[in-house]
Ligand binder design. Structure first.
Ligand SMILES: [Cu+2]
Length: 250
């Protein structure tokens, strides 16, 4: 996403697809505590249809997370779309940031997740299923940051203020190697962001799972887990969102 009208608000938007709905994550620099309306519009940043197509959650302090349950069914292949952010509700006519939605294929010929231009790559969504009646479930979004770096964002329901250890383990949720392969940042209030020194292609090969533990004291209790499989990537219609994505349920 590129700043507009001297706003200084550059950033990224990541579009992901998961079993619970398509997700749009926006991160902008120079955020404000005043909510900034955000939408998917038809058209391009250079030539935007002014009426919003899909409303997104307002950007607050530079961040917005939206899950569009059932997917962005109004988006069709062959059309142009863009995400834009407005200065404020009162000054909605002033656009502060915009990014054209351009489909990017993940991997070689694998149906892929979409990213806006400027995001260096590929994303993979992993569904985190509840374990041991914890009531905690959610998603992990893996985003390629470089050849040897992957950003992992965890979002879990029913988070706690007590930090919950999280790791990438070898194996599957059904049959997990108990020693962590890569540590992730502790989950606090259901959220965790980590940069992991591993290549996306290594994770895409399969044989890894993300799990979250109840607490440091009760690390042996797993509260949620998701298998990392490349089958979770992508959408059926190359290039456009809106199709239901098959997601393997472990
Ligand atoms: Cu673990």
């Amino acid at each position: 996403m590129k700043a507009q009208n001297g706003s200084g608000q550059d950033g990224t938007a990541i579009l992901g697809v998961s079993s619970t709905g398509d997700t749009v994550m926006i991160e902008l620099s120079n955020g404000t505590s005043e909510p900034q309306p955000a939408h998917i519009h038809k058209g391009t940043c250079a030539n935007l249809d002014p009426s919003p197509l899909v409303p997104l959650n307002p950007v607050v302090n530079g961040k917005s997370d939206t899950t569009i349950v059932g997917g962005v069914t109004t988006m069709v292949a062959g059309e142009s779309y863009a995400i834009n952010v407005h200065k404020s509700a009162a000054e909605a006519s002033v656009y502060v940031s915009c990014g054209d939605i351009t489909p990017t294929m993940t991997g070689s010929g694998t149906p892929g997740a979409m990213t806006t231009p400027g995001v260096s790559g590929e994303t993979m969504n992993v569904t985190l299923n509840t374990q041991n009646a914890s009531g905690q479930s959610g998603t992990a979004v893996l985003t390629k940051k470089g050849d040897t770096e992957v950003m992992v964002s965890l979002n879990l329901s029913n988070g706690t203020s007590e930090p919950q250890p999280a790791h990438i383990h070898k194996g599957t949720c059904a049959n997990l190697d108990p020693s962590p392969a890569f540590p992730l940042t502790n989950v606090v209030d259901g959220k965790s962001e980590s940069e992991v020194m591993v290549s996306m292609s290594e994770l895409e090969k399969g044989g890894y799972a993300i799990n979250i533990h109840k607490s440091a004291a009760e690390a042996s209790v797993y509260v949620a887990c998701g298998d990392i499989t490349s089958a979770m990537m992508g959408m059926e219609t190359p290039g456009m969102m809106g199709e239901t994505t098959p997601v393997a349920t472990p």
